[in-house]
Design a binder for this molecule. Sequence first.
Ligand SMILES: [Zn+2]
Length: 270
Amino acid sequence: MRRHLKLLACAMLATALAGARAQTPPELSLTRLDCGSSAPAGDVSRFSDTFAFNGLRMQIVFSCYLIRHGQEYMLWDTGHALTAPNVAPKVSLVEQLAQLQLKPEQVKFIGISHYHPDHIGQAGSFPQAQLLIGKGDWDNITSAKPVATNPAFVAHWIDGGGKVETVPLDKDVFGDGTVVMLATPGHTPGHHSLLVRLAQSGVVLLSGDLAHLRENYDSFGVPNFNTHRAETLASLDRFKKIAATLNATVILQHDARDVGKLPAFPASAK
Ligand SMILES: [Zn+2]
């Protein structure tokens, strides 16, 4: 009897282990991609609506990100178009993915932080991907008079050629909590940031343009071209609380000083 119980216990343990193996989380990685040529340090006055930066000159960088989730891939932002004057990327997203042995068709999702042209410029290179974009931003980009954007960059989706999911609040992209679009409106009506939970590196928060520069992030500074000041402050409050709670690495996507927080391309954080 006792021997039977032992065998039964062994069998149950084996089943449990097999179950645990089946639930092993998919491998995640995060790679920084260059998405525009950094101009030399320029006047950043427009990034403060309280005249805090008058006379200050700083370098702005342009970045996009590749998230691997098992065998599925997501791009976060698609950067400047190759036709952008002065700031066009030297190497396209498609060419950068090729260096990682990836084809454009392998990108399942394009997550967009917001509708400004430096974040949607190369979306058209991934026509098979599902577009994930804040509802407030989609409403502007598809309106009769879109403001501060170029709908041509996402015409494929506007015209019904590709799948779009408009995101009103947060969006758990893969359904397991590892990659979550966070509603952080204010820079634009549907602005989102991205939370990525990595196994070794911990939680990484990609800002979108919630803050462009560390000076604004630290001081609750608001650019003079944001669509909603109060929403920006509330979003900064939420984002900073999440960063503190989860002990996250915060990456301000336009801040040159944050580039080194991720391994240099083609390496990735895991
Ligand atoms: Zn931007």
